[in-house]
Design a binder for this molecule. Structure first.
Ligand code: GBH
Length: 495
C-alpha cells in the first residue's frame, strides 16, 4: 500500500487507486430461512418465520414463504460453486436453531441438522473459503416464542445453551461467529410495530426495549461461554451484527436531534462496545422521563444492574456492521407517522427523511443510496469505541431483477467499496466487506419480489439454477484485482 502511494505521487497518476491491502477480506452472505427451504424436513420444527408466513387470513411475507426458497438444504453445493467462482475469502451463512435443536433446547440434537451444517462447513473449507457463521438470523423456535420469545428474560440462557451446542459441534472449524443479526430489526420491527416481521407483535412502547435488553444479555452469555471454554482451544472471534443507518440533521437545531435519533438507532452498540457499558445516558434519561409522564411506574427502557453492565461490556472481538442506507433527521410535525425508529421516533419526536440527491431507482423503497454514510459510521465507531477491528458484515443493493441487468448494483458496490478504502487510508481498522447476498434470497416482508443476489435464482425453474448476474462478474474481478477499480471500461462508464 505504501509503495503504491509513493508510486502514484511520483507518477501523478491514479495508479493505485482502489487497491485494498492484502489482509483485507471479501465475502458474501445469506441466511438460513432465506435460502434453505426444507422447512419441515426430518425432525426440524417450525420457527416464528414458518408460522408467520403461513398465516392465511392476512397477507404476510408478500404472499410468499421460505418453504422452498433457493432450496439450499439440497442445493448447497451450487451455492459453494458460486462462492468459489467469485473467489470469496469467506462465506457468511446462518444456522437454523430448530434444524439443530428441534425442541429449542439442547435435550435433543438433530442428526440430520448436524450433518447438513457439517457438509456445508467442510465443503467451504475444501474450497479454501472460510465460514463465518451467524447463530441467529431471526428464526426463533416457535415454542420459545409461545413463552414470550425475546421478551422473556430466560431467553438469554436458552440462547446460551444453543450457542454452546454450536461451538461444540462446529467450533473446531468455524473461527468467526456472529451471535445475533440486527437486534434493531428483530426487536424494533418485530416487537413494536408489526411492520411485517415475525412474530409481528405490536407494542410500540415497551416490546422493543424488553427485547433489546434480553438480546444483549443473550449475546453476552454466548461470548463469555466462548471466551472461557472455546477460545483457549480454537482461538476464534465472536461478535454481534448491528444494522446502522447513518443519520444526521442539517441545520444547527436539527443536528442535536439527529445525534439523539442516531443514539437510539445504535442503542444496541453502547452496552457492548463502550468503555462504561450500559445504555447511552441521554437516551436512558429521555425514556425514563417519557415513561414517567405517561404514567408508568418504571422506565420502559429496562435498566441494567451494575452486574449486568459489567457482564455485557466488552463482549466483542470485532465490530460487525450491516450498512445499507442513511437518513436525514428533522423535527416531526403532527402529520408525520412516527414509528420506532424507522420512519421516525415517537420518543424523540424526530422524523426521518432523505436527501433528494440520494439515488433510489430501485424497488426497495427504503434503500436510498448515500455511500458517504458508510464511511461516517466507520469513523463514528473509531471515535466512539476506539481502534477496534470492524467487519462490514452485510451491505447490499436490491432491485426487481429486471432483465438480469443489475448495473445499479455494481455502481452501488463500487461506490461503497471506495468509501471503505478511504476509511482504511484514514487509519480505520476495517478488515472485511460482505456483500448481501450471494444468491437471491427470500426477502422477509417483501417475499420474492426483491433481488439482492449476485447470482439469480429463478424460482419458476424447478432446477433453481444459480445464474451469475453482471454484478457477480464485477465482484469476482474486484476480488481478483483486490481493487474496486475494475470493469469500468466496459460496464461502469456506461452507467
Ligand atoms: C438485512 O436487514 C437483513 O439482515 C437481511 O436478512 C435482508 O435480506 C437484507 O437486509 C435486505 O433486506 O421503515 O421503510 O425505513 C435489513 C432489513 C431494512 C428491515 C430496513 C427494515 C426498514 C424499512 N431492514 N427496513 S423503513
Amino acid at each position: 500500500m505504501k509503495t503504491c502511494i509513493v508510486l502514484s505521487v511520483l507518477l501523478f497518476s491514479r495508479l493505485c487507486n482502489g487497491k485494498f491491502p492484502s489482509w483485507f477480506k471479501f465475502g458474501a452472505a445469506t441466511s438460513s430461512y432465506q435460502i434453505e427451504g426444507a422447512w419441515n424436513i426430518s425432525d426440524k420444527t417450525p420457527s416464528i418465520w414458518d408460522t408467520f408466513c403461513h398465516i392465511k387470513d392476512d397477507v404476510k411475507c408478500s404472499n410468499a414463504n421460505g418453504d422452498v426458497a433457493a432450496n439450499s438444504y439440497y442445493q448447497w453445493k451450487e451455492d459453494l460453486d458460486a462462492a468459489a467462482e467469485l473467489g470469496l475469502d469467506y462465506y457468511r451463512f446462518s444456522i437454523s436453531w430448530t434444524r439443530i435443536l428441534p425442541t429449542g433446547y439442547p435435550n435433543k440434537i438433530s442428526k440430520d441438522g448436524v450433518r447438513y451444517y457439517n457438509e456445508l462447513i467442510n465443503g467451504l473449507l475444501a474450497r479454501g473459503i472460510e465460514p463465518m457463521v451467524t447463530m441467529y438470523h431471526w428464526e426463533l423456535p416457535q415454542n420459545l416464542q409461545d413463552l414470550g420469545g425475546w421478551t422473556n428474560a430466560l431467553i438469554s440462557t436458552w440462547f446460551a445453551d444453543y450457542a454452546k451446542v454450536l461451538f461444540t459441534l462446529f467450533g473446531d472449524r468455524v473461527k468467526t461467529w456472529l451471535t445475533i443479526n440486527e437486534p434493531l430489526i428483530m426487536c424494533a420491527a418485530a416487537y413494536s410495530e408489526n411492520t411485517g416481521f415475525a412474530p409481528g407483535i405490536s407494542d410500540p412502547n415497551y416490546g422493543a426495549f424488553l427485547c433489546a435488553k434480553n438480546t444483549l444479555l443473550a449475546h453476552a452469555h454466548a461470548w463469555r461461554i466462548y471466551d472461557v471454554i472455546y477460545r483457549p482451544k480454537y482461538g476464534g472471534k465472536v461478535s454481534i451484527a448491528n444494522q446502522i443507518f447513518w443519520m444526521e440533521g442539517q441545520s444547527e437545531e436539527e443536528r442535536k436531534l439527529g445525534e439523539l435519533t442516531y443514539s437510539l438507532n445504535v442503542l444496541y452498540t453502547y452496552p457492548v462496545f463502550s468503555k462504561n457499558g450500559g445504555w447511552p445516558a441521554e437516551i436512558e434519561e429521555i425514556i425514563a422521563t417519557n415513561s414517567k409522564n405517561q404514567g408508568f411506574s418504571f422506565s420502559r427502557l429496562p435498566a441494567f444492574t451494575t452486574e449486568e453492565i459489567n457482564f455485557v461490556k466488552g463482549t466483542y472481538d470485532f465490530f460487525g456492521l450491516n450498512y445499507y442506507t442513511s437518513r436525514l433527521v428533522r423535527k416531526a410535525t403532527k402529520e408525520d407517522k412516527l414509528n420506532w425508529p424507522f420512519t421516525g421516533s415517537h420518543e424523540l419526536e424526530s422524523f426521518l427523511t432523505v436527501d433528494a440527491s440520494w439515488r433510489n431507482e430501485n424497488t426497495v423503497p427504503w434503500l436510498h443510496e448515500y455511500p458517504i454514510g458508510l464511511r461516517r459510521i466507520l469513523e463514528w465507531v473509531k471515535k466512539e469505541f476506539g481502534d477496534i477491528e470492524i467487519i462490514v458484515t452485510e451491505i447490499g443493493y436490491g432491485d426487481g431483477g429486471e432483465d438480469g441487468n443489475d448495473y445499479n448494483k455494481i455502481r452501488y458496490h463500487k461506490e461503497h467499496l471506495e468509501q471503505v478504502e478511504l476509511a482504511i487510508n484514514a487509519g480505520i481498522n476495517v478488515t472485511g466487506y460482505t456483500v448481501w447476498s450471494l444468491i437471491d434470497t427470500f426477502e422477509w416482508d417483501s417475499g420474492n419480489t426483491v433481488k439482492f443476489g449476485l447470482y439469480k435464482v429463478d424460482y419458476d425453474d424447478p432446477k433453481r439454477a444459480r445464474i451469475p448476474r453482471p454484478s457477480a462478474k464485477f465482484y469476482a474481478a474486484v476480488i481478483q484485482a483486490r481493487s474496486f477499480d475494475v470493469l469500468h471500461k466496459y460496464i461502469y462508464d456506461e452507467l
